[in-house]
Ligand binder design. Structure first.
Ligand code: ZN
Length: 183
């Protein structure tokens, strides 16, 4: 187990198209070790998600949170070679997003509010599920990383891009429709 170094915006690994993982390799030691290290790294930095390129591995693997089990404990999904289908592009959800690769910043991004996802899980089983609301936003943020896209690319109003203390002071970070996300 290891806490990995997180690549920050400007590092080219965050801007490349990541490679698919051979599904046969998912249960092997290399992928399983990377998943374990990514969970440890995400917990260390209190992320709600983490994508492999953020730890310098340009492969199509991400962890996404934002869901909770019946007792309210956070749940995370491992996504390998994920494919996202937007259910209704007109139904959008905006929130202040953050990213462990863009530390100390928040920016307002609007995304489709519901998506269908097809991805292999950590056991190498193909899963299909639908998400809406906050978990749908988290998963889109993480899957963007696999295509070299950062949330800052999706900010339309740059007056809503700020350092965290200023965002807390001057922007409606805690507003009812402005949950924050960091991944
Ligand atoms: Zn991110």
């Amino acid at each position: 187990m290891a806490i990995l170094k997180v690549a920050r915006m400007g590092h080219p690994v965050l801007r490349q198209q990541c490679h698919a993982i051979d599904p046969q390799q998912i249960t092997g030691p290399a992928v399983q070790g990377l998943i374990r290290d990514m969970f440890e790294t995400m917990a260390e930095y209190s992320g709600v998600g983490l994508a492999a390129p953020q730890v310098h591995q340009p492969v199509r693997l991400a962890i996404a949170g934002g869901e909770a089990d019946e007792e309210g404990h956070p749940e995370f999904r491992v996504l390998i070679n994920p494919e996202i289908t937007v259910l209704d592009d007109a139904d959008r959800l905006g929130m202040y997003e953050g990213c462990l690769s863009v530390p100390g910043m928040r920016g307002w991004v609007e995304r489709p509010a519901s998506v269908e996802v097809k991805a292999y899980d950590e056991k190498g089983e193909l899963q299909e599920f639908a998400l809406e609301g906050f978990p749908a936003v988290v998963i889109q943020h993480e899957c963007d990383h696999l295509d070299g896209v950062l949330y800052v690319d999706r900010i339309e109003d740059m007056t809503k891009f700020a350092f965290e203390p200023e965002a807390e002071r001057f922007l409606d970070l805690a507003g009812e429709e402005a949950a924050a996300e960091e991944g």
